[in-house]
Design a protein around this ligand. Structure first.
Ligand code: G16
Length: 543
């Protein structure tokens, strides 16, 4: 095998964000952009000589080309084996599973997750460590440092490999093992859930609709929900992954999955609805006429997970990202479970899961997962819900009503202002920071500020410190507004405003969240000057 050493130089803007490096696809396709970043990953992890890696992606535009480049670079640099999903496809949770199960040295996942795909949309690359989880900051910092000093990279000069057939191919001394992307994952799901109970539910006439949003979960959902569990053919829709996700935005929320929302809120709706995102780690849960917020979903799952065989022993503890609502905290308090609050991003759960301190964790951004892998897992959340519904015999809306009656309700919504001018967004955040000392005690829209600070996290397992993780304004009575700038966007800045209020009044459990949160929303705007500073009268997305 001929190898080539290519001279290069650092390229600006290769700092990994909340979840790897995400850029416009055309940026990734510029000469040496992908190669520089891959080389920097390899350097950041101490080289790949003698190592076994996993490679997969969500099938978006450029996934196939990028896979060939990554394989050539790994082969030239002495990797012994790369386990790659057929056609270079692996959902993020499936990749996490293979990394763990095969005891590899980590893996590269090609995905920009829920961001749209295509030549004019987004592409991304992230590295997951041998525990199967997204690289922690200490590793991404090393990768970033490497991007700043790179001088050259080695790459094999070969024909493209045929990744369409399961089996082994040699690339020089390296083995490329092409695997069925679904098989190991399906086996793992079967080990966690009572497939007979779920199959029984589906046989009883319980109707489901799973929207794979033209993304990577289609084949997984078809294989598990339809083929193994017996859901009616056609229950999984938009099931064929396409490089541009059918021209859609594969983010499972009420805005981008509106066809499914419409279907679930019409007369005669299916009993259960769900959607997942580009790379299969996010989920949205619906019932007939019911939308479950991700924060509530985490809380309901925490309260009921023991009904599934994989969690029958109970939970070690739970964790949520800081902006996620405190609904799960109420469950933890009632059940005597430890509850951790981490910064945004799945990578912060890894240490807690590895240390056995938590079993379930979740984020308000439609991410829920457990210690079965080290990523959030969309289809897993769907199966856990189905298992719980099968055992309890309740509907989704009954589950929610019962949950709120028992634990109280945290009204919750996130407002996103996308593609905002970066300088204005940063000025808004700085202006908030400058008010920390003076806000407490002042009232806005009838809400009195009780606290104002910026969240920082001290990891209880490795002692690492992460500062600047979101601005929190707490109100008397328990409500709050949180402000963050997204770390996954590719254009300008995305301002996320997370709004929450607590409700214990049994008569007030069924209000529209935007209405229930109206005072908090008004107070957040009065304090931060959102409309004035962003020039936006309304958020682009309300979850
Ligand atoms: C967003 C969400 C986070 C999530 C991250 C990555 O980050 O707010 O909760 O962890 O995306 O999720 P995914 O891998 O599904 O893209 P940010 O920084 O944009 O708010």
């Amino acid at each position: 095998m001929e190898t080539l050493t290519v001279q290069t130089q650092p390229i600006e803007g290769q700092k990994p964000g909340t979840s790897g490096l995400r850029k416009k696809t055309r940026v990734f396709m510029e000469p040496r952009f992908l190669e520089n970043f891959i080389q920097s990953i390899f350097t950041g992890i101490g080289g790949v000589a003698g190592k076994t890696l996993v490679l997969g992606g969500d099938g978006r535009y450029f996934n196939d080309r990028a896979a060939q480049v990554i394989l050539r670079m790994a082969a030239a640099q002495g990797a012994v084996r790369v386990i790659v999903g057929q056609n270079a496809l692996l959902s993020t949770p499936a990749a996490s599973n293979v990394i763990r199960k095969r005891k590899t040295d980590g893996g590269i996942i090609m995905s920009a997750s829920h961001n749209p795909g295509g030549p004019d949309e987004d592409f991304g690359v992230k590295f997951n460590t041998p525990n199967g989880g997204p690289a922690p900051e200490e590793v991404t910092d090393r990768i970033f440092e490497a991007t700043k000093v790179i001088e050259c990279y080695d790459i094999a000069v070969t024909e493209d490999l045929d990744l369409s057939t399961v089996g082994e191919i040699k690339l020089g001394d390296m083995v490329v093992e092409v695997v069925d992307p679904v098989a190991d994952y399906a086996e793992l799901m079967e080990s966690l859930f009572d497939f007979d109970a779920i199959a029984g539910l589906l046989k009883s006439g319980f109707r489901i609709r799973f929207d794979a949003m033209h993304a990577v979960t289609g084949p997984y959902a078809r294989a598990i929900l339809e083929d193994r569990l017996g859901a009616a053919a056609g229950s999984v829709i938009n099931a064929v992954p396409s490089p541009d996700f059918g021209g859609g935005h594969p983010d499972p929320n009420p805005i981008w999955a509106k066809d499914l929302m419409r279907e679930m809120f019409r007369a005669g709706a299916p009993d259960f609805g769900a959607a997942s995102d580009g790379d299969g780690d996010r989920n949205m849960i619906l019932g007939a006429g019911a939308y479950v917020t991700p924060s509530d979903s985490l809380a309901v799952l925490a309260a009921n997970a023991h009904l599934a065989p994989g969690y029958a022993r109970g939970l070690a503890g739970v964790a949520r990202s800081m902006p996620t609502s405190g609904a799960v905290d109420r469950v933890a308090a009632a059940r005597g479970l430890d509850c951790y609050e981490t910064p945004t991003g799945w990578k912060f759960f890894g240490n807690l899961l590895d240390a056995g301190r938590v079993t379930l964790c979740g984020e308000e951004s439609a991410g829920t997962g457990s210690d079965h892998v080290r990523e959030k897992d969309g289809l897993w959340a769907v199966l856990l819900w189905l298992n719980i519904l099968a055992v309890t015999g309740r509907s989704v809306s009954q589950m929610l009503a019962d949950h709120w009656a028992e634990f109280g309700r945290n009204y919750y919504s996130r407002h996103d202002y996308e593609g905002v001018d970066k300088a204005s967004a940063e000025a808004l955040m700085n202006n908030l920071r400058s008010q920390f000392a003076t806000l407490p005690g002042r009232s806005f829209a009838g809400k009195t500020v009780a606290s104002a600070d910026e969240f920082a996290y001290d990891d209880p397992v490795d002692g690492s410190h992460s500062a600047g993780q979101g601005i929190r304004i707490g109100f008397e009575g328990g409500g709050r507004a949180v402000f963050r700038l997204s770390g996954t966007g590719t254009v300008g800045a995305t301002l996320r405003v997370y709004l929450e209020d607590v409700c214990e009044d049994p008569e007030a459990m069924n209000r529209d969240p935007q209405e229930a949160l109206a005072d908090i929303i008004a107070a957040a705007d009065a304090i931060a000057g959102i409309r004035e500073r962003t020039g936006r009268p309304e958020p682009d997305v309300r979850t």
